[in-house]
Design a binder for this molecule. Sequence first.
Ligand SMILES: [Fe+2]
Length: 220
Amino acid sequence: MQTQSPISAATARAPMPDSHATAIHELPPLPYEFTALAPIISEATVRVHYLKHNKGYVDELNRLIANSEFVGMSLEQILLATAKQPEHEKIYNNAAQAWNHSFYWRSLKPHGGGDAPRALQPLIAAGYGDTDVLKRELATAATTLFGSGWAWLALDGEKLKIVKTGNADNVLTQGLKPLLVIDVWEHAYYLDFQNRRADHIAGVLDKLINWEFAADNLKR
Ligand SMILES: [Fe+2]
C-alpha cells in the first residue's frame, strides 16, 4: 500500500480544489491523520477512500485529459465545461469526483459536529429554524439518496438548500454555491457500517461535520 502521509498537511489548510489551474492535477493533502475520523470513519476506510478511490479519480482524469483542450484548466473549469456533454462524460465524472472528494475531506474534521457557528445561524434560522432540524433534513437526504452520490448543504442565492446528487454530480453545475458535502457512496462507510448508511450519517453529523468549513465557504 502506498505510504503517502497526510502529516505534512495536518496543520495546513488545503487550497480550494479550483483555486488554480495546473497541467497535472494532484491529489490534495488529507487535512488530518488517517486515524483522525475514527471511530466513526476508521483508519482503514480513510486509507482506501483517499489513497485508492480519491487518487484513482485524479489519476484517471490526468490520463483522460492528456493532450486535450482541458489541459491547464482547473477542476471546476473542467467539470463546468463538460457537464451534460455525453462525449465528455468520463472526463466530467473524474473531474467532479476529484473536486467532490477534496471538498468532502474538508467538510469533516476530528471533534466536529455540535452547533453551527454564528455566521450560519441567521441562514439556518430562516430556512430550518435550528441546527437540529437542518441536521435531520441533511440526514434524510443522505440516507434516502438511491444508489451512490452526495448530500450537499449549498447556498441558493441567499438561502440554504439541501441537495442530493447522484454518482459524480456536483451542485456547481446547478448554479449553487457548495458549503458542505457528505459522500454517500458505499466506499465511504461500508467497511465500518456495512449496509447501515443511516448510522454512518448520524455519526458524521454528530461527531465529524465541519460547520466552520461551511461558514468559511459562505465568504468565498
Ligand atoms: Fe468517495
